[in-house]
Write a protein that binds this ligand. Structure first.
Ligand code: DAH
Length: 342
């Protein structure tokens, strides 16, 4: 069922559809021929003006042409849309060869690291962590530890006093008394006490007004200096390596009797003697058998129990272990220094 007028419009539309290169152009063609003002639509609308005998023929031809064109448009539109989707996907594809952006990685502070290491060695030996206040009484910091009134450590030059009877603790030893009193006469007592301590020192390569100590205390019925030596020898091996050895030198502390300073064999020269150690040994801590009066002050009978104690500086251990020659580096928080411990 053909008709010259319908054929002309349909032919033109077909050509336009063939030429259209995108879905947008196809849509424009649809509007041009099949839209409300479109050429074919207009033609259908003008049927009424035709002679009565032409109307059915033209009408049928126009409707047929409309159906064919719509189907053709639909097929071409699907093609074009698919092509466009593929192109868009190709353009926005992830480039997996781009190097990633690394988040900068933090590191545990060397003092925290050494602190954790010391604590975990003693926790592994059955010690429990005991803590005490940094603002301490004169009684716990000095009096109960057998440090006499005229002892130089009590001097205003050495201690930060908060008031006559309170001060910033100058060592972690007061926690010995607190731990003993808390244990209320039970044995054994095995505590490890890490913490911050304060002294009126001007900061230099080996002094800081605030630093850290770890205190150890063991009290039991039959505990001896041999237990202390064995424990510290094991500690040295864990901390400084399997070839480490310790040496005890007689010393004096008011709260221990006898007292000893403990050295670890220099791990830089293996004991031969070097710039760091001079005679092959490095001092790491103070220790001794708990003084009978200290046991009494903690609520224990020195006829019934004995004990030993030690105290070491975390900064000192860290300096030895990592070969750091200036204490201030730990507190400056210069990232170039801290990053080396990542
Ligand atoms: N409290 C001492 C100090 O700060 C260290 C110390 C020495 C602690 C001997 C002890 C010890 O427990 O037995 O220098």
């Amino acid at each position: 069922m053909n008709h010259p007028r319908v054929d002309a419009v349909a032919g033109e539309a077909r050509e336009a559809i063939e030429r259209a290169a995108s879905s947008a152009e196809l849509e424009a063609v649809r509007v041009r021929f099949l839209g409300r003002q479109g050429a074919l639509t207009q033609l259908l609308r003008s049927l009424g003006t035709l002679p009565a005998d032409e109307r059915p023929v033209v009408g049928a031809a126009a409707n047929e042409a409309k159906r064919v064109l719509e189907a053709l448009l639909e097929a071409r539109l699907a093609d074009a849309a698919g092509r466009e989707r593929r192109r868009q996907r190709a353009q926005s594809r992830l480039d997996l060869t781009l190097p990633g952006r690394r988040p900068s990685q933090g590191a545990v502070h060397p003092l925290t690291r050494v602190h954790d290491e010391i604590v975990s060695i003693f926790v592994g030996l059955g010690f429990s962590v005991a803590e005490g206040p940094e603002i301490e009484t004169d009684f716990y910091n000095f009096e109960a530890l057998n440090i006499p009134r005229d002892h130089p450590a009590r001097d205003m030059q050495d201690t930060f006093y908060v008031s006559d009877a309170t001060l910033l603790r100058t060592h972690t030893s007061p926690v010995q008394i607190r731990a003993l009193r808390a244990a209320k006469g039970q044995v054994p007592v095995k505590t490890i006490t890490p913490g911050r301590v304060y002294r009126r020192d001007v900061a230099d390569a080996s002094h800081s007004p605030v630093f850290h100590q770890v205190e150890g205390l063991a009290v039991d019925r039959h505990i001896t200096m041999a237990d202390l030596k064995g424990t510290l020898a094991l500690f040295a091996r864990e901390m400084f390596g399997p070839d480490s050895a310790v040496r005890f030198r007689p010393s004096f502390f008011p709260f221990t009797e006898p007292s000893a300073e403990v050295d670890v064999r220099c791990f830089m020269c293996a004991g031969a003697g070097c710039r760091a150690c001079k005679d092959g040994w490095l001092e790491i801590l103070g220790s001794g058998m708990v003084h009978p009066q200290v046991l009494r002050n903690g609520g224990y009978d020195p006829e019934e129990v004995t004990g030993w104690a030690f105290g070491m500086g975390i900064e000192r251990i860290a300096m030895l272990k990592y070969g750091v020659d200036d204490l201030r580096l730990f507190f400056d928080n210069d990232l170039r220094f801290l990053r080396q411990f990542a």
